[in-house]
Ligand binder design. Structure first.
Ligand SMILES: NC(=O)c1ccc[n+]([C@@H]2O[C@H](COP(=O)([O-])OP(=O)(O)OC[C@H]3O[C@@H](n4cnc5c(N)ncnc54)[C@H](O)[C@@H]3O)[C@@H](O)[C@H]2O)c1
Length: 254
């Protein structure tokens, strides 16, 4: 088990699914986790679950699309903890549809959360990391950030952008001691996917079909993505920066 003893970590979208699992895993590994989400109830539930295990966490409501909120949060983290070691840009939303079924408004909304959200938080925290010559940023991209996925036009646009931000920042800040990586999961069984399934006429059939499209024959579980995030957060991955860690059960191998 990699350890994050005494590290300060912040996870966006930590009220549900992959983000929740990352927050729990990081706390279990010894980090103090700043749990953030735009949804109060789910963010607080994740925080309570960590505190109930006698581990360290605090909840701050954060909408990643709000640049000013991100700046205020960065100041608050420095005031309370002195610095941030690990930033996980996990918050994200999806949208099913081809270009004909996608509006300009859909494109703007997905960009605002999935791309601008990563930009806002990274910009708010990078200077402090550079000053300390230490820090790691983990972005949640997707298999849809390296290959096209049918019916996911807006989503693929945003996740390719997340891979791009990751690589550009990794190069810019490698010599300054800041590592920037992203994880590209295949389909993970979370409320995000459960919501998508409800959009199909026969959700049970769609579940079977989604599972069958994955080389491992099943969807991934959130803890399996959290394990990849733990590796990227830990000092053992010191040489890894600018990578797209394919936690995809072999999807991108073909
Ligand atoms: N589930 C999958 O199959 C899958 C696959 C590849 C990548 N991903 C990516 O993983 C990340 C997490 O997905 P998930 O499946 O756990 O989703 P989820 O819907 O279960 O959780 C997402 C969380 O983000 C929060 N959120 C949404 N908009 C926000 C905003 N503007 N500001 C702050 N928080 C916000 C939601 O409240 C929710 O708690 C996303 O970036 C997603 O694109 C998911």
């Amino acid at each position: 088990m990699f350890e994050l003893n005494d590290k300060i970590a912040l996870v966006t979208g930590a009220g549900s699914g992959i983000g929740e699992s990352i927050a729990l895993t990081f706390a279990q590994a010894g980090a103090h986790v700043i749990v953030t989400d735009c949804d109060n109830d789910s963010g607080q539930a994740t925080t309570r679950a960590i505190l109930d295990q006698q581990q360290k966490a605090a909840f701050v409501r954060l909408d990643v699309t709000d640049e000013d909120e991100a700046v205020r949060l960065a100041k608050r983290v420095v005031d309370q903890h002195g610095h941030l070691d690990i930033l996980v840009n996990n918050a994200g939303i999806g949208r099913v549809g081809t270009i004909e079924q996608t509006s300009g408004e859909d494109m703007d909304r997905l960009y605002a959360v999935n791309v601008k959200g990563v930009f806002n938080l990274s910009k708010a925290f990078i200077t402090g990391m550079i000053e300390r010559k230490r820090g790691t940023i983990i972005n949640m991209a997707s298999i849809g950030g390296v290959v096209g996925i049918r019916d996911r036009l807006a989503y693929c646009m945003t996740k390719f952008a997340v891979v791009g931000i990751t690589k550009a920042m990794a190069l810019d800040h490698a010599a300054q001691g800041v590592r920037v990586n992203c994880i590209c999961p295949c389909r993970v069984e979370t409320p995000f996917v459960q919501a998508r399934l409800k959009e199909y006429p026969d959700p049970e059939k769609a579940y079977g079909e989604m599972s069958a499209t994955q080389p491992i024959g099943r969807m991934a579980q959130p803890q399996e993505i959290a394990a990849a995030a733990l590796y990227l957060a830990a000092d053992e991955s010191i040489l890894i920066t600018g990578t797209t860690l394919m936690a995809d059960g072999g999807w991108s191998a073909g």
